[in-house]
Design a binder for this molecule. Structure first.
Ligand code: PEP
Ligand code: MG
Length: 323
């Protein structure tokens, strides 16, 4: 089987019935790009920039950030690189930011909420991202979006950052795509409206599952409740993809579920355009896509989405799709 996977290098990610998708990689630092290239990813679907902030004892400067983003953009040679703005708070602490101690950190002062509150810090990152966009196919993604106001505020600050660069004649991609993570149930439920405000969605199932099922993703005592096959989660994913497509935007997924061998066929059937996962899963995912017919899965979706339990969903996939 290993040999078969090696065969997938250089191949397209295209279903048995000819539907092309993109299989991309998740990274945390520029060093990870070696693995991305080694496994023949078609892009980077999630660059988690928080490590740049966490591995330091002070805020990274615009220059330091620019270098980190630029090198990734250059090494990917025009392939898409989706860079997520700072997603800290909650469980990810940064001592020098002096974040408040909270009763419910996962529901608290984090990610875009923190960035919109600390505009200077946010704009520094946005300038660095924009500057890197002159060196490759960079796209900007905002995490933890729960309302239209947040998107509009973030885009307004992005416009200010663009204007500052223009005034200094610093080049950047004027057409840069801007998207959001769909990882809070409100974003999925309201995705028909959100889709009018952005260029793409990327579904973050790690958090979407946590918030939909009210299960702390790191709590071992309740981990048996954390389940990517829960029909409520699948309905939100399906709804998000359909609503994105209705507005003509592309929809990806960068949570762990995108690399789940059992879910990949279902996601393909739902119409997911981009699957972003750890580099080690890419060739396997491509093999699955190449051996699955999108239309066939699509015709089973009504049944899958009306199954009562996560166990039923898993059993259905085992018996009707993987068998
Ligand atoms: C997610 O929530 O699915 C995601 C990809 O982001 P993170 O795991 O960094 O929260
Ligand atoms: Mg998340």
């Amino acid at each position: 089987f290993k040999l078969k996977l090696e065969d997938m290098k250089g191949k397209k990610s295209i279903s048995k019935d000819g539907v092309k998708v993109e299989i991309a990689a998740n990274i945390g630092t520029p060093k990870d790009v070696d693995n991305v290239i080694e496994n023949d990813a078609e892009g980077i679907g999630l660059y988690r920039t928080e490590f740049l902030y966490m591995d330091s004892d002070k805020l990274p400067t615009e220059e330091e950030q620019f270098e980190a983003y630029k090198i990734v953009a250059e090494r990917m040679e025009g392939k898409p690189v989706v860079i997520r703005t700072l997603d800290v708070g909650g469980d990810k602490d940064i001592p020098y930011l002096d974040l408040p101690k909270e009763m419910n950190p996962f529901l608290g002062y984090r990610a875009i909420r923190l960035c919109l509150d600390r505009k200077d810090m946010f704009k520094t990152q946005l300038r660095a991202l924009l500057r890197a966009s002159a060196f490759g196919n960079v796209k900007i993604m905002f995490p933890m979006i729960s309302s239209i106001e947040e998107i509009r505020k973030a885009k307004k600050i992005l416009e200010e950052a663009k204007e500052e660069l223009r005034n200094k004649n610093i080049p950047f991609n004027e057409e840069i795509e801007v998207g959001i993570m769909v990882e809070i149930p409100a974003a999925a439920i309201h995705s028909d409206i959100f889709a009018k405000e952005v260029d793409f969605f990327s579904i973050g199932t790690n958090d979407l599952i946590q918030y939909t099922l009210a299960v702390d993703r790191g709590n071992q005592d309740i981990s048996y409740l954390y389940n990517q096959y829960h029909p409520a989660v699948l309905k939100l994913i399906d709804m998000t993809i359909k609503n994105g497509h209705k507005e003509g935007i592309w929809v990806g997924m960068c949570g762990e579920a995108a690399g789940d061998e059992k879910l990949i066929p279902i996601l393909l059937g739902m119409g997911l355009d981009e699957f972003s996962m750890s580099s080690s899963s890419i060739l396997k995912a491509r093999w699955i896509i190449n051996n699955t017919s999108k239309e066939e899965i699509e015709s089973m979706l009504d049944e899958v989405l009306s199954l009562p339990t996560a166990k039923d969903v898993e059993k259905f996939i085992d018996e009707n799709i993987l068998a």
